[in-house]
Ligand binder design. Structure first.
Ligand code: UDP
Ligand code: MG
Length: 322
């Protein structure tokens, strides 16, 4: 095989049950790449779709040599699918985009142009968000604002993973061994010159969201535990506060016993303090447990994902070993 020039742009597309969006997305992305007139590749990561998505991706790959794919052995989750893409791209610039067309492919032109001005990362910041449930909008809004408050890393608010970044940043990400991925935080953490362009986020065109509330909660906890020790500090602070109150109650109890010598039935205060202390203790243990489960997850160091099939040059059975 002769030497193949590395593409200028790699586009990573995580896929989970997107059979109705794939062709449409492919057409629009191809149009965008033709406008930019640069050499490119698409890396489709099929994250254990239960529908016909993978067959469609293979059809595209047969037709177009720019279409690369990685097929997971099962559903590993969105962040891991994008990470697998990042492990296998070779572009000078790498784009991460959702398959459901909520991230307009045409915006890549703006992201790319902005990058040419000398930025390592240009992320797409949502000005408006359409067709999402009230609860999702509300939780997302507060999640990003609280996260911003309790972490020292500046993680931009109202931003998903839709962005473009240079191969420098991709190198940094490849060498971050943590397994509970929160890519948008990790990218901010990397530093360099980062900026954003704004856009209005559209509705999902076809299909249903792959992010259940369960996955969203896990993702939020990953973000918080990876970038903040604040919850652990809350546990400590609650411990101090409760101890302080308990000490006062102790003084009061001794006063009642020795000075007033009034016999107090005391059931109410007893049951209240037991419940209260029990609650505080369980919360604190739970918070510690969240961190510990992530430590054990990292110590286990299983491969991050299992590749079933790929047309990429680097054949791998598992994720990179760090
Ligand atoms: N996705 C994935 N694995 C999953 C869930 C989602 O690869 O377990 C992909 C999905 O196909 C889409 C992107 O991640 O390209 C964003 O997912 P989705 O649109 O379902 O999330 P939402 O926009 O509702 O937050
Ligand atoms: Mg979506």
């Amino acid at each position: 095989m002769g030497l193949i020039l590395d593409p200028a742009i790699s586009v990573i597309i995580p896929i989970y049950n997107e059979e109705k969006n794939i062709f449409n997305l492919y057409e629009r992305l191809t149009g965008v790449m033709q406008t930019l007139g640069e050499n490119y590749e698409f890396v489709f990561v099929n994250d254990g779709s239960r529908d016909n998505s993978f067959a469609l991706i293979k059809t595209l790959a047969d037709r177009d040599e720019k279409v690369k794919f990685i097929n997971f052995s099962r559903n590993f989750g969105h962040q891991i699918a994008v990470s697998a893409g990042l492990d296998h791209t070779s572009g000078k610039a790498v784009v991460i985009i959702d398959a459901d067309l909520q991230d307009p492919p045409e915006l890549i032109i703006d992201l790319y142009r902005k990058m040419q001005e000398g930025f390592e990362v240009v992320y797409a910041r949502r000005r408006k968000r359409e067709g999402e449930s009230f609860l999702k909008l509300l939780t997302a809004k507060y999640f990003y604002r609280i996260l911003a408050k309790i972490t020292s890393v500046e993680i931009p608010v109202d931003t998903g993973d839709f962005r473009i970044m240079s191969d420098k940043i991709v190198q940094v990400l490849r060498h971050m061994p943590e397994r509970n991925k929160f890519l948008r935080g990790q990218i901010s953490w990397a530093g360099f010159r980062q900026t954003y362009v704004e856009y209005d986020r559209a509705q999902r065109v076809e299909g249903e969201t792959g992010y259940t509330y369960r996955k969203m909660i896990r993702f939020a906890l990953d973000g918080i535990t990876s970038f903040s020790d604040f919850p652990l500090k809350v546990a400590t602070m609650m411990g101090f506060a409760v101890s302080g109150v308990a000490f006062m109650v102790m003084l009061y109890a001794m006063y009642v016993h020795f000075v007033t010598e009034a016999t107090v039935p005391g059931w109410t205060s007893l049951i209240l303090s037991i419940l209260f202390l029990g609650g505080i203790q369980l919360i604190s243990i739970g918070i510690i447990g969240e961190y510990i489960s992530r430590i054990s997850n990292n110590v286990r160091s299983r491969p991050l994902y299992i590749v079933n099939e790929t047309n990429l040059a680097v054949q791998q059975n598992s994720g990179p070993q760090h």
